[in-house]
Design a protein around this ligand. Structure first.
Ligand SMILES: Nc1nc2c(ncn2[C@@H]2O[C@H](COP(=O)(O)OP(=O)(O)OP(=O)(O)O)[C@@H](O)[C@H]2O)c(=O)[nH]1
Ligand SMILES: [Mg+2]
Length: 178
């Protein structure tokens, strides 16, 4: 099993990665580039999993070298489960990338990271409703404290692909709602 942590820059991907993996990490240069990425192995739901902390990206259409590497890593791992890490204080922005990845037929779990900041800013997010609309697990996390991380690990084992037609309906519903 391969797990890719993907999301915009600075949303806490590496903090989530560190929580899921502990210290056992390998940092490498992506071949032919100056872009660093980190990978590690861990056990998720009793299964060994490779986890990659993918460089930050805004969309699946790369605009710079780091985004190109992010898309290369995604393409190289067709069987991966993607954890889309979102900043819970900016959910709409992050959702676009998550939907693009779902459209490419990857199983996705959404981590609403920075949940503590969202609470502080009185941003309330109906997690159950979001899950219902998107059809994928949505898990609030606070990577700096570890809150929600074990729940995230559990949900990773439940991730599944959504067929394109159903996804289109879900996106329509989402657009009507936000
Ligand atoms: N309040 C709060 N801060 C967080 C949380 N997760 C990460 N941070 C902080 O947010 C900043 C960015 O975290 P990173 O893990 O480096 O984010 P990243 O997505 O890996 O960033 P890039 O690799 O640059 O794209 C750091 O200062 C973290 O300590 C969280 O859940 N809550
Ligand atoms: Mg990082």
């Amino acid at each position: 099993m391969t797990i890719l942590l993907m999301g915009h820059p600075n949303v806490g991907k590496s903090a989530v990665f560190n929580r899921l993996t502990g210290a056992n990490i390998t940092e490498s240069n992506y071949p032919g580039t100056t872009v660093d990425f980190t990978e590690s192995y861990t056990f998720i739901g009793g299964k060994e999993a490779k986890i990659i902390d993918v460089p930050g990206t805004f969309s699946t259409e790369p605009k710079d070298e780091a985004e190109k590497v992010a898309m290369e890593i995604l393409k190289e791992h067709e069987d991966a489960i993607v954890v889309a890490v979102l900043d819970a204080t900016k959910v709409e922005r992050g959702l676009y990338l998550a939907l693009e990845i779902m459209e490419k037929n990857y199983p996705v779990v959404i981590a609403l990271n920075m949940w503590d900041d969202a609470v502080k800013q009185n941003i309330s997010i109906d997690v159950d409703r979001l899950e219902e609309i998107l059809g994928v697990p949505v898990v609030p996390t606070v990577a700096i404290s570890g809150e929600g991380i074990s729940n995230l690990a559990n949900k990773i084992t439940e991730a599944s692909r959504i067929d394109a037609e159903k996804l289109e309906k879900r996106i329509e519903n989402l657009q009507n709602e936000i």
